[in-house]
Ligand binder design. Structure first.
Ligand code: MLT
Length: 257
């Protein structure tokens, strides 16, 4: 499947950015601009989001991981640092289990290694039904309240507008498919101890979806990993506090190059 990819910069250090649900590659624009002088940056729209077509059959979460594997092969990237936020982090963690030889480093942002609890699976089902019954806009009104931190909701209308614009442009069916797929993902916690590449964990201090405790639990299992909390940011920490996020990201990547 031909995914929409923005592949820029010339360096043997490649960084693949994997966006969260229900965003697009454009959510990583500022981070790609920041790192392009020292790295090859690849941003892509996951299947069904932005300009990428959806999977042609009822996909499980593995299909999103297959897409990343195909992207690395098609773009002739032998090894890359994977930088994934939330759903993008789930993809990065599963990719590290499936094809560790292609992973040069990890930046895991506002994500977790555990699979969905039964409660979380039922919440996904309710979300799929809500999109069907009340429409995308109504679903996103509630979703926005849960993902953006209180500081953003109360004081950063521009960030809120940008996040919403990124979410609004995706077809409702793509969100429904991704919700079902996320409920089907496997638990990658047991493999964290086997990770041998440099890893940075970033998490918004106001993230209530994948809270600081989830990042700390991964940090304790990934040997040599670094954990940084992004102040005054919720679940979309790179959009909500780009200054703090970018500083941590740049310092980590500079140490790799
Ligand atoms: C995301 O930001 O990718 C999602 O909120 C993750 C999730 O729902 O588990």
């Amino acid at each position: 499947m031909a995914l929409h990819v923005v592949d820029q910069g010339r360096s043997s250090l490649a960084i693949v950015f994997i966006h969260g649900f229900p965003l697009t590659h454009a959510a990583w624009r500022d981070q790609a601009d920041l790192l392009r002088p020292i790295a090859r940056t690849l941003l892509y729209d996951q299947a069904g989001f932005g300009e990428s077509p959806g999977h042609p059959f009822p996909a499980t979460f593995e299909s999103y991981v297959d897409d990343l594997e195909h992207l690395l092969r098609d773009r002739e990237v032998p090894r890359a640092v994977l930088c994934g936020l939330s759903m993008g982090g789930y993809v990065a963690l599963r990719a590290t289990e499936r094809f560790p030889e292609r992973v040069a480093g990890l930046v895991l942002c506002d994500t977790r290694s555990e699979a969905d609890s039964d409660e979380a699976k039922l919440k996904r089902h309710a979300g799929i039904l809500k999109i069907e019954k009340d429409g995308l806009s109504s679903y996103l009104d509630g979703f926005e309240q849960s993902v953006l931190g209180p500081t953003t909701l109360q004081t950063r209308p521009d960030v809120r507008r940008r996040a919403r614009a990124l979410m609004d442009r995706n077809p409702p069916a793509s969100l429904q498919r991704a919700l079902a797929a996320m409920a089907s993902r496997t638990d990658t916690t047991a493999s964290l101890a086997a990770i041998r590449v440099p890893a940075l964990l970033l998490v918004g201090e106001e993230d209530s979806v994948t809270p600081v405790a989830a990042a700390r639990a991964m940090h304790e299992r990934i040997s040599g990993s670094r954990l940084e909390t992004i102040p005054r940011a919720g679940h979309f920490s790179n959009l909500e506090n780009p200054d703090a996020f970018n500083q941590a990201l740049r310092s980590f990547v500079a140490g790799l190059s």
